[in-house]
Design a protein around this ligand. Structure first.
Ligand code: CA
Length: 308
């Protein structure tokens, strides 16, 4: 809409105010001050189309698999936000030339980044074959997984083909992202499974050793209890080995021959620095006496700094 021309034709002053407000709103809605970008769409238009494609990236039980981690990997290369081979980083308001094969132009898009929402939006520019349209890619947590959700809508040409091809097109982009996430997820040296009744993983230590323990990851503790970090969760004490520690809290001990199952445990949680009082096997236990309904694992990194 040409604001100056329209205002000129309006004589009634109250209407001028109304038009003025509309123009201001239109300017404010143009992302990156790029007036080629169309932010909103008319779903009753005959060429309107929309689609949503969702793909699982990783299970939140995997240590390191978080929205933040996946989103930052998505921002690391343009090929994770659009169908292209380009490996340069994603930046707010950056223009990317997609050059879709066919009798069209350079097919540029402009991308905005919303770090708080773990979301990016691609807007077509006028020279894009499918202009006008947007694609919104958001990293969400759903059903125990980090999921990449792609929503597209537009009013350009080929609405049906565009909708039908979306799962394959974005499936390819997502596969590249998923591969990169798996490569970069931290490897876990000692996995403490949530499904064990008693100790799992044994690491030998000597009396006097300085031991640094750091724990991460998440264990689903049951249908109603939900998931916990190694710090545990407030969830009554009926299913605890120890009532004075949170449900799902990570415990440790140095096992000595002859010890009972519930003997010698101390709090570890997200991590501790300690000096071993005795020589023996360092063991771990999740504070849940009903582990059959558990899934996932804590990842425990142990550094033995010796006796110096
Ligand atoms: Ca349980």
């Amino acid at each position: 809409m040409n604001c100056q021309k329209s205002s000129f034709l309006i004589i009634v002053s109250s209407l001028i105010v109304a038009i003025g407000a509309f123009c201001e709103k239109a300017i404010a809605l143009s992302p990156c001050n790029d007036n080629q970008l169309q932010a909103s769409y008319n779903s009753s238009s005959s060429s309107y189309h929309e689609y949503t494609v969702e793909n699982k990236v990783c299970s939140i039980d995997l240590p390191g698999c978080t929205q933040d981690f996946v989103f930052n990997i998505m921002l690391s290369q343009v090929r994770f936000i659009a169908p292209t081979d380009q490996v340069t980083p994603v930046q707010n308001c950056k223009i990317t030339i997609l050059d879709i094969p066919g009798p069209f132009g350079e097919d540029p898009i402009r991308t905005t980044v919303n770090q708080n929402q773990y979301s990016i939006t691609n807007y077509t520019r006028e020279d894009h074959a499918l202009h006008p349209g947007i694609v919104n890619r958001t990293v969400i947590e759903k059903d125990g997984h980090i999921v990449i959700s792609t929503f597209g809508e537009g009013e350009g040409i080929l609405p049906t083909i565009n909708e039908n091809q979306a799962p394959d097109l974005w499936g390819d982009v997502d596969r590249g992202l998923i591969r990169e996430v798996r490569l970069r997820l931290p490897t876990c040296t000692n996995k403490i499974s949530g499904a064990y009744q008693f100790a799992n993983e044994s690491i030998s230590v000597n009396a006097g050793d300085k031991i640094r323990i750091r724990a991460s990851g998440s264990i689903r503790l049951g249908l109603f209890a939900g998931s916990a970090s190694p710090a545990g969760i407030s969830y009554g004490t009926s299913y605890n080995h120890f009532s004075n520690a949170l449900h799902g809290h990570l415990l440790g001990r140095i096992f000595q021959p002859g010890m009972q199952d519930l003997e010698g445990w101390f709090s570890v949680g997200n991590g501790i620095d300690m000096v071993a009082e005795v020589s023996g096997m360092l063991e771990f236990l999740v504070n849940d006496s009903d582990p059959q309904n558990n899934s996932g694992a804590f990842c425990v990194e142990i550094e033995n700094l010796g006796s110096g």
